[in-house]
Design a protein around this ligand. Structure first.
Ligand SMILES: [Zn+2]
Length: 215
């Protein structure tokens, strides 16, 4: 019960902020102006540090802050618990993952419920003439640790979570690409923004290309 009221409280808070900061409104324009000096330069540790001050319910796109929808389901956490995966971020066995279509470099693996939803979503997108590709899906602990190290060394443009803290480590996240990470103005991103929620995929992080399955 505690969890539910906490989530409902957060959803309400996000909705209130989204109401204030609707695209086209002056509050949203002010927010973009405030974010522009950082959003226009390449991403840096300083910029990542500034995320602490970001309004809830927003993320960075190539052109500044954009509002995101709030996830409302805890079902995937139950799935992780029930399958003994909750404490094994980045340590999933090959047989616990499903090879999916749409890997930009070929191989792409997701947790079974996310894999099913990804395939359904890809099929629906294809019916609308949109080809969804993922440049990154499941990441092992070692891969995440290496990428995080590269980020700390200033060799990554975008923030990389520490190992054990990314949804990529559960096979529950995709980084969508069309050759470049997708964002506002890209057909793929516009389609995802309008439709991904129907398939349980949400833009939960601060990055426009990063979508997570929440059931
Ligand atoms: Zn990602």
């Amino acid at each position: 019960m505690e969890n539910i009221s906490r989530v409902l409280g957060r959803v309400q808070e996000i909705q209130e902020r989204l109401n204030v900061a609707s695209p086209g409104g002056s509050a949203f324009a002010d927010m973009l102006d405030a974010a522009q000096p950082e959003a226009s330069s390449s991403m840096s540790r300083e910029r990542q540090a500034s995320w602490g001050a970001m309004p809830l319910g927003t993320m960075f796109g190539p052109n500044g802050l954009i509002p995101i929808a709030a996830p409302t389901s805890q079902s995937i956490d139950s799935y992780l618990e029930a399958n003994g995966l909750a404490a094994r971020n980045g340590h999933l066995e090959a047989h616990e993952l499903v090879e999916v279509s749409g890997g930009w470099y070929g191989s792409a693996r997701l947790l079974p419920p996310a894999a099913q939803a990804w395939e359904s979503m890809r099929a629906a997108a294809a019916a609308d003439g949109i080809d969804l590709f993922a440049v990154d899906t499941y990441r092992s602990y070692e891969t995440q640790a290496h990428a995080h190290g590269e980020y700390l060394a200033g060799r990554k443009d975008a923030y990389v979570a520490p190992p054990g803290e990314s949804e990529h480590g559960f096979g529950l996240a995709v980084d969508v690409t069309n050759g470049s990470p997708v964002g506002p103005g890209d057909r793929e991103w516009e389609w995802l923004s309008a439709n991904a929620g129907r398939f349980g995929w949400h833009p939960i992080s601060n990055e426009s290309w990063h979508w997570e399955f929440r059931g």
